[in-house]
Design a protein around this ligand. Structure first.
Ligand code: ADP
Ligand code: MG
Length: 138
């Protein structure tokens, strides 16, 4: 079994579609083994997205990510990182495949409803950034 880190972003918590997104996650054989609703601080959000700090969209991204509650999650599956990236769909919803979370729910390239780790190494780093071992129940 492998793990990935997920965030259901503020546009989704605001529209009350976190259950609908979790249903897609579970229907695609990923198991939610940790989950918590939190309000990100600016510091947490900036640290989490620090690889993007020089991008033109960074400041808007941080304001958006702290604009409302998020659901942070650990997902487990046989190929969790790759499978979840597929289930999420492309960053830009206009390029996302039919049946993906972003195709169905994303509002635009920024408010795209979900985050998923892009590698096993980043999954480990991101999970440890937000969760303690005792919070993850298999
Ligand atoms: P992903 O979330 O698909 O891994 P990135 O890591 O490239 O995408 O970007 C992180 C997040 O920053 C995106 O999910 C989205 O919310 C936002 N973002 C990415 N590119 C843009 C852009 N060109 N304009 C506005 N926001 C963007
Ligand atoms: Mg990314």
């Amino acid at each position: 079994m492998t793990r990935t880190f997920s965030i259901i972003k503020p546009d989704a918590t605001k529209r009350n579609i976190t259950g609908a997104i979790n249903k897609i996650i579970e229907e695609n054989d990923l198991k939610i083994i940790a989950q918590k609703r939190i309000l990100l601080t600016r510091e947490l959000a900036e640290g989490f997205y620090k690889v993007h700090k020089d991008k033109p969209f960074f400041n808007d991204l941080i304001e958006y990510m702290i604009s409302g509650p998020v659901i942070i999650q650990v997902l487990e599956g046989s190929n969790a990182v790759e499978d979840y990236r597929k289930i999420m769909g492309a960053t830009n919803p206009s390029e996302a495949k039919e049946g993906s979370i972003r195709k169905k729910y994303a509002l635009n390239i920024q408010e795209n409803s979900v985050h998923g780790s892009d590698s096993d190494q980043n999954a480990k780093i991101e999970i440890e950034y937000f969760f303690e071992k005792k919070d993850i129940v298999v």
